[in-house]
Design a protein around this ligand. Sequence first.
Ligand SMILES: Nc1nc2c(ncn2[C@@H]2O[C@H](COP(=O)(O)OP(=O)(O)OP(=O)(O)O)[C@@H](O)[C@H]2O)c(=O)[nH]1
Ligand SMILES: [Mg+2]
Length: 437
Amino acid sequence: MAPVTVLIPQPVGILRISGEKVWPFLAPFFPGVDSPPPARTATLLSFSVNGHCVDQVLLLYFPSPHSLTGEDVVEIHAHGNPHNVRFLLSQIQSRGIRLANPGEFSLRAYKNKKLSLLKAESLHRMISAPTYSEFLAAHTSFSNPKTHPLFEIKSLFLETLARLYSFLDHPEELDMPSYDATKEALIFAITSLLSKSSTQLSRFKKSRRFFPAYSILLAGAPNSGKSSLFNRLLRENKAIVSSLPGTTRDLLEGRISCPFGDIILLDSAGFRASNDLIEGMGIAKARQTISRVDLLLWIASPDHPNAFPLKTRTPTLTVWNKADLSPAPSSLKPDFSVSARTRRGLSSLITSLLARAEIFYSHSAGSDPLLDSSRQASSLSGFSKALSKALFFLSAGSFDLALSSLEEARLMLEDGMGMIPSEEIYDRVFTLFCLGK
Ligand SMILES: Nc1nc2c(ncn2[C@@H]2O[C@H](COP(=O)(O)OP(=O)(O)OP(=O)(O)O)[C@@H](O)[C@H]2O)c(=O)[nH]1
Ligand SMILES: [Mg+2]
């Protein structure tokens, strides 16, 4: 069981439960309802605890095997107050139903053959896509797996392999193409497969970012007001703010969804020489993150009126904070002068950040299907290496060695497509999913 929606005040909060014979566990919450509600139909029911109705809910029952996971699945659409959703969760847990791990529903769907690995990865990309066009690209692969780049490559590859097999099995038959014609056709097909794979790999490389959206890091000396600005930009009190220098130790992440694409905002530990082991680790993490983001905001303030002390290729803007206390020294020449406390200057900073993110997205990949993960990319790159070997052997006239390289390539591709089950794949793919998926 897991909440499918996040725990914030909202009209509806959804809980999902999956398992064998789920209804008998839930029946006590619905006194008077003797049999499971009708399948795949929304039923309005009173959720009761100790004989008292605690919420009116819509219940959807998907009996096995016609469900998301292949098991019995029940979805409860409750009123979305987070306290209510937590209470319902705890009540259901007290009946012996445990909380699901992140991605566990998808993992069960995969194990019960309800979802292929490629679809699972497209689904993950679809949910976390930072722009609508990236959502559409993932949706195309998800709803029509034949458009997935690996699927297209596989069809072409199998034709090539079949051609080689049939030549090796019946080389003497009259209607078979000659040795030279076969060799030429195979070289042509493999070269074209190599070119398709390399196009996909470079599109993937171009689209890949360390953070899954346009990312902005707030860095600066301790107490310069990074967390205060982070909270202001996010419009949420996510980071702890205090007058003690060294308050933030880890990297904190927030996401802002804009019509043209998402922005990931990162708050970090203040730069200083520290003997504290944990703070030191936080500072190292902040430094490491500088080269991984799309934009660095260096926050200076009257406490530490210094310019950014390091060299970086990451575009950097200097922001003078606490402008309510004093103006920036003329030597600093900040790009923006703001006060996180009074909000002075914040709107022009925000306008500039949004404009930069919009330009960034205007150059990003279109909505054509793309590889979904670095796992797929590494399989495709192994596939290409094996193809190159096959090409070498073919050119040297050794069809047998070419065949064994093509078989090696087939394994690589099948591994990429999740056709070879392995525990490692479960760990690498499904644990990345969010709770409730
Ligand atoms: N006057 C004034 N005080 C501010 C402003 N911004 C932040 N402060 C105060 O400065 C102190 C430090 O703020 P934080 O946001 O915690 O600073 P930080 O850079 O995140 O600090 P560390 O996490 O320790 O690196 C707090 O007491 C804030 O209330 C501002 O614009 N004006
Ligand atoms: Mg802080």
